[in-house]
Design a protein around this ligand. Sequence first.
Ligand code: SAH
Length: 395
Amino acid sequence: MSLKDIRLKRGKEESLDRFHPWVFSGALAEPLPSGLEEGETVTVHTHDGRLVGTGHFQIGSIAVRILEFGAGEIAPDFYLERLKDALALRKALGLAREDNNAYRLVHGEGDFLPGLVIDIYGPTAVVQAHSPGMHFARHDVARAITELPDLGVRNVYYKSETTLPYKAHLDPQNTYLVGDFETSVATENSLQFNIDWLRGQKTGFFLDQRDNRELLRRYSHGRRVLNMFCYTGGFSVYALKGEAASVHSVDSSEKAITLTDANVKLNFPDTDRHRSYAEDAFKFLDNMEKGAYDLIILDPPAFAKHRSALRNALRGYQKLNVKAFEKIAPGGIVFTFSCSQAVSREQFRLAVFSAAAQSRRRIRILHQLTQPADHPVNIYHPEGEYLKGLVLYVE
Ligand code: SAH
């Protein structure tokens, strides 16, 4: 069956010729092919008929996500081939090991699969579609996952109820496409985590902080650690592993605190070094004693999901960081993060800089952090970079 064809307005192929995978709706020439449906695979041509590529059509500001440049179709084994490339990279990174079976296999545009996320937790893959096209491709994707030689995944859970555009009326069901529940425990750097993809945020775990958690472990020895916005307690478990004197975990969600407590117990069944608090982070920081902690982690949810919320978000980061800088013990270390895609690295740094100046303490930057290599950034798609972090030394 031949694909419907979309034409671009004159000159609108420029960013596509530089391999940026998005076609914005303003670039499309009218009229669109009749009967074109959301999620359909389409070909894209310039106004004078040169083939640009093939992608998934969608209603919204991003109209087409290009899957293949310079080709007029999607090969039958397209998903299997892309997944093989993705797995080869994770193997090259040394992430698929006996003592580490939790990693991101596919990071959307960063793995040349726009709109698709796949996280691996031992024998289970959790798949999220962010575009209608990937929703329709979900069974092909699931089959490709199980066909991947030596991936060892037996179960594929599809979780797109909250990631697909609401207006597309796709009514996706969160469900196992292959296999069934097997185990919820996955291993990261020899540490064990209970991962709740059924009820948890995103795919159940924030894999993107793996390298930063590992760095934190190295700074934890003998320190009194405060892990704000702890969610599943990733940073807390690494701090305990690093022989922190004590670790306090804070999250406003009771469910998150239950997950954190369970993960601490899984790794350190007898520890008395950990305590958790279901409280608002801002209130907790206001009420805590000055000098009570030597290491504070600030990893809040995305304060700005969209550009429009940017100013408030920057103010939020500043407010949060000031509180930590004012209260941390001398010689203390702050790990501070922003996962808002709409906030640039410079803007985040400026917000933290303003907070530092306001606290009037001597502060130095020890590390500048980002997302790990299993969340790669396609060089032609800089929007794929979202996680920013600073490690600061506070005198
Ligand atoms: N640091 C975590 C991820 C944080 S996700 C990790 O490494 O896995 C953000 C968390 O912030 C969520 O668990 C959410 O419940 C919590 N949260 C959101 N608003 C909060 C607030 N005002 N005070 C405390 N926790 C909050």
